[in-house]
Ligand binder design. Structure first.
Ligand code: CAO
Length: 444
């Protein structure tokens, strides 16, 4: 058996009470010997603290903003057991590794000089391949391999290091890589790039000090909002969204649902409108496979899916999450209702696993239970379309001779105009309307 080991801040020279500016690992991460764990920054230098041994991080004792001095706990590691090692060998290896605790990588404040690329270097390097959207999701949690000085340099320029390709040993990102990235990004201008990477850098908005106007307090954004918000922002800026509005008369469907509610409740099922809508969406997607396709990173091909896994946006106290309900086309409405309740409960309790949110082909976002007449949903890339549902309202509808009260459901389909044309979107919502207005069509 291995014993968990506390990693303490090693001798960092003349520094004490140095601020943690980056935490590069989190509980559950496997780290290798010498891998950087945290970055500290004083007014004179930035330094990365490397791991003294390989293993799994089981506890993190620090967070960004903490001030550390020599001997302070950083984290706890469960040392790694290699398959060819018994417990004794591991203990020995650990002891040996601990003895050779690597020194922190300390880099003094970089001089403000500019490093010119070596002659011919720019030509030798290929233009960085824009990241695929699915890679961007991974990149959100990936730790780029770069020295503290390069990290600082990138921070100063506002460069996200997860988007920079490293040309150094083991793909380490060098200062010249950051410079090249900036040059290439600027050179691309607004010409656009495949996939969903941004072809430009947005100017940063000026920070306003509201404390000048009254009492304020700062509160960090929940993690879900930080990660999800970054993707939403990227998708909003990089996908040519068009939102197509339509409305379905669900008077008969609602009568059917009300008639079935009691028997569903006896079976322990809360029959809301949403599971029926999911069923109809899955049926409509059969005829419009492009709407559940995704675009490859090079923007050249479509990935057509022979399955229908639907993402459902769920509102939680910490922000929006999108669990995926699998094989909606093959399941009954009661089964979908049960799965939906389970998924939204798990989401609200923060118990969704990454796998519960992967593999979706198309997303449904319903604000019908909350209110509103219309909204513009943001596409959940690499998917190419998302359906937003607002609250159904009883409205007077002209039937040719009279106005009659009908329950009308507003629908908003946002689609990626690189993949879907307006006519296809209109046909899709038309088909959905047909299915919702007479659910017997679901049988055909
Ligand atoms: N019109 C009228 N009533 C509706 C409706 C609609 N379009 N959609 C749902 N309702 C009703 C439901 O039928 C239910 O009524 P009953 O109790 O009489 O059956 C009630 O509103 C509450 O529904 P619900 O919200 O509890 O359940 P749901 O199955 O409709 O939705 C879920 C589940 C998880 C999607 C929802 O709770 C949720 O989180 N919605 C928010 C999603 C979101 O935030 N999207 C925004 C994304 S953009 O930021």
């Amino acid at each position: 058996m291995t014993t968990a080991q506390d990693v303490l801040l090693p001798d960092i020279g003349d520094f004490s009470e140095v601020e943690v500016i980056e935490v590069l690992v989190q509980p559950g991460d496997q780290v290798s010997l010498d891998q950087s764990l945290i970055t500290l920054e004083s007014d004179k230098a930035t330094m990365e603290i490397p791991s003294p041994l390989a293993g799994e991080v089981t506890f993190l004792a620090v967070k960004v903003g903490d001030k550390l001095s020599q001997g302070d706990p950083v984290l706890t590691l469960e040392p790694q057991v290699r398959p060819d090692e018994g417990p004794t060998a591991t203990t020995e290896a650990t002891a040996e590794e601990t003895e050779t605790t690597p020194a922190p990588v300390i880099e003094p404040e970089p001089e403000p000089e500019r490093v010119a690329p070596r002659p011919g270097e720019a030509e030798r390097r290929q233009a960085p391949v824009p990241p695929r959207p699915e890679d961007l999701a991974i990149a959100a949690g990936r730790k780029p391999h770069a020295s503290p000085a390069v990290r600082r340099f990138a921070r100063e320029l506002g460069v996200d290091l997860t988007l920079v390709e490293g040309s150094g040993p083991k793909h380490r990102i060098l200062k010249t890589d950051v410079q090249d990235y900036v040059k290439k990004t600027l050179a691309r201008g607004t010409a656009g790039a495949p996939g969903t990477s941004l072809p430009f850098q947005l100017p940063s908005a000026p920070e306003i000090d509201y404390s000048k106007f009254g009492a304020v307090e700062l509160t960090p954004l929940p993690r879900i909002k930080k990660i999800g918000g970054r993707r939403l922002h990227l998708n909003w800026l990089s996908i040519p969204h068009v939102t197509h509005h339509d409305a379905a008369d669900i008077t008969d469907l609602e009568a059917f649902r009300n008639a079935r509610r009691e028997s569903a409740a006896t079976a322990g099922i809360k029959l809301t409108f949403l599971p029926i809508l999911l069923k109809a969406v899955a049926k409509a997607l059969e005829r419009f496979p492009n709407l559940k396709a995704s675009l490859t990173g090079d923007g050249e091909r479509l990935v057509l899916k022979h399955f229908t896994h639907l993402g459902v946006a769920v509102d939680t106290p910490d922000g929006l999450v999108v669990p995926v309900i699998r094989d909606v086309d093959k399941k009954g409405v009661y089964e979908l209702a049960r799965e939906l309740t389970e998924a939204s409960t798990k989401a609200r309790e923060g118990k969704l696993l990454p796998g519960d949110m992967q593999g979706g082909c198309f997303t449904v976002s319903s604000l019908g239970g909350i209110g509103g007449t219309a909204f513009t949903p943001i596409i959940n890339a690499p998917e190419v379309a998302i359906l937003g549902i607002s609250r159904a309202e009883t409205k007077p509808v002209w039937n040719g001779s009279d106005f009659v009260p009908r329950l009308i459901l507003p629908m908003a389909l946002s689609y990626n105009h690189r993949v879907i044309d307006g006519a296809e979107a209109a046909r899709f919502t038309g088909r959905l309307r047909e299915l919702l207005e007479d659910i017997r069509n679901l049988l055909l």
